[in-house]
Design a protein around this ligand. Structure first.
Ligand SMILES: [Zn+2]
Length: 313
């Protein structure tokens, strides 16, 4: 068994399935989600919201789920000829909302790309199971190995939002690869030991956009359940040095047109790591985080994170 397998086993077995069920946000009905607060500048949809950024040769449509499910994002890259969708939401209902929106753009859906293994980024990919789904080899393996587990533990709290079967990516993306699609260049990077053990970032150098997904959160609580504080901070420092982008698309929260979100994330991680070393319970850690960041969204992620940081013996 490789180190990666051992770490992955640790991540999953750290929290029991029962405790994960208790921590997951209770979704009573799709309707109740529709009334959640929306960020400024976002166009509300029935469940989430959509924000469109226009470039010379392309557009990016950024979907954000309601706060209750963590303001998780999906981005639709619209080239002159087709649509490329990045990440698939925690819910097949939101996945369908994005699918319906994508079809209204009247261009073929070329592919979906999944950034990492966490189910808030691929449950809704079930609604795109008829298109090629791309991911890193490591992410393909992680979803294949853990997909059923995530589905089973999510059913009691998420109900109709959970896909009936896992959606395993079927096309592999290599670290360092790049491709140009209808004049839009995508550059892929494999980032390790950060918010998740394996993560994909996508740069659009001509548009000066970085699709960071969960390497960056914006005004949302960061999920620190893997405990990779040092590795994540290093990746954020590398991001800060990169002058190739002006707009960052985070995995949770609104798009960031400034680098402030990177510094905010670094400070947040330093704070959580420091408190984590001093306290002995998840409740203490959560109280300190909420006290320090009272306005941050996606509070439910702190509860889920704490199940991994404070595993029941
Ligand atoms: Zn996420």
């Amino acid at each position: 068994m490789s180190n990666l397998d051992i770490k992955r086993r640790k991540f999953v077995t750290g929290a029991t399935a029962g405790s994960l069920i208790l921590a997951a946000p209770q979704i009573v009905s799709a309707r109740s989600l529709g009334s959640a607060a929306l960020g400024q500048g976002l166009s509300p949809m029935k469940h989430g919201s959509m924000k469109v950024t226009e470039f010379k040769n392309s557009k990016i449509h950024s979907y954000q789920s309601p706060n209750l499910t963590g303001c998780v994002t999906t981005h639709i890259i619209e080239t002159p000829e087709r649509l490329i969708i990045v990440d698939g939401q925690r819910s097949v209902i939101y996945g369908q909302e994005i699918r319906t929106y994508a079809e209204s753009l009247d261009k073929p859906i070329d592919r979906m790309i999944i950034s990492h293994l966490h189910p808030d980024h691929w449950f809704g990919a079930y609604q795109f199971r008829d298109v090629p789904i791309h991911a890193l080899k490591q992410t393909q393996g992680e979803i294949d190995q853990l997909g059923e587990f995530f589905i089973e533990i999510s059913k009691p709290s998420l109900g109709d939002h959970v896909p009936p079967v896992k959606v395993v990516p079927d096309v592999l993306i290599a670290d360092g690869a790049s491709e140009t699609i209808d004049g839009v260049t995508l550059e892929y990077k494999h980032v390790t030991d950060a918010e998740s053990d394996n993560m994909l970032t996508i740069s659009l150098p001509n548009e000066k956009v970085l699709i960071a997904q969960d390497l960056l959160y914006n005004n949302c609580h960061l999920f620190c359940g893997h405990g990779n504080f040092e590795g994540w901070q290093k990746s954020l420092k590398d991001m800060r040095k990169d002058t190739g982008f002006d707009l960052i698309l985070p995995g949770h929260g609104d798009n960031s047109g400034s680098r402030q979100a990177i510094d905010d994330a670094l400070i947040y991680l330093e704070f959580v790591e420091g408190v984590y070393q001093k306290v002995s319970t998840g409740d203490e850690l959560k109280a300190a985080i909420i006290d320090r960041y009272p306005s941050y969204l996606a509070e439910s992620l702190v509860d889920i994170q704490n199940l991994f940081l404070f595993p029941k013996k």
